[in-house]
Design a protein around this ligand. Structure first.
Ligand code: SAM
Length: 170
């Protein structure tokens, strides 16, 4: 069966170190209509179904002010993903791509990110559109969409560098 945990023609698996999830705190969970990867969209759509991001205590107070942002960046942990492929064949046709040139859920640290549209906030629950994860996916972080966010702290040296200040690529 494709798009589960199989290894396809020409894909390359490595002996990865045992997965360790230490260093992260799951701050909530995501409710979506999808229980199978075969049905989950590969990338979320802003006209997709409403999904619910539930934030756990003691992090609920951190939602203060979130309703001001029309769009949010959501980071989540693709917990049911394998983590040991360095070359992958997304089309299952033997043509391979390096993991870091893909947005595949199969990666050493399976972090997913999506920009979602915020529909409403009810207490600890955010109603959003634009996700592409399985029901029950652990939540890692929530940030305002960077295009909508202006830093609140006073500007400091380095904030306004222009491209001609950036060292050229070697
Ligand atoms: N939008 C994110 C990104 O670009 O970082 C994730 C994209 S990834 C291609 C989305 C796919 O990951 C879904 O179609 C599904 O097959 C898979 N997926 C979703 N939730 C998952 C989970 N909790 N564990 C493992 N795989 C998951």
């Amino acid at each position: 069966m494709v798009r589960e945990n199989e290894v396809r023609e020409n894909e390359v698996m490595v002996e990865a170190p045992p997965p360790v999830d230490a260093g992260l705190v799951f701050i909530g969970r995501i409710e979506t209509p999808w229980n199978s990867r075969m049905e989950t969209p590969r990338q979320g759509r802003h006209d997709g179904p409403v999904c619910i991001i539930e934030v756990f205590e003691p992090w609920v107070a951190a939602l203060q002010g979130i309703e001001r942002f029309e769009r949010l960046e959501i980071l989540y942990w693709l917990d049911r993903s394998r983590r040991d492929l360095v070359l992958q064949s997304p089309a299952s046709n033997g043509k391979i791509h390096g993991t870091f040139s893909l947005r595949s859920p199969v990666r050493p640290n399976p972090i997913g990110t999506s920009i979602v549209v915020l529909e409403k906030v009810e207490g600890a629950r955010l109603y959003v559109k634009g996700l592409d994860c399985l029901d029950g996916t652990p939540l890692i972080d929530i940030k305002p969409d960077r295009c909508l966010f202006t830093p609140i702290a006073p500007p400091q040296k380095g904030d306004f560098e222009t491209s001609h200040n950036v060292p050229a690529k070697r």
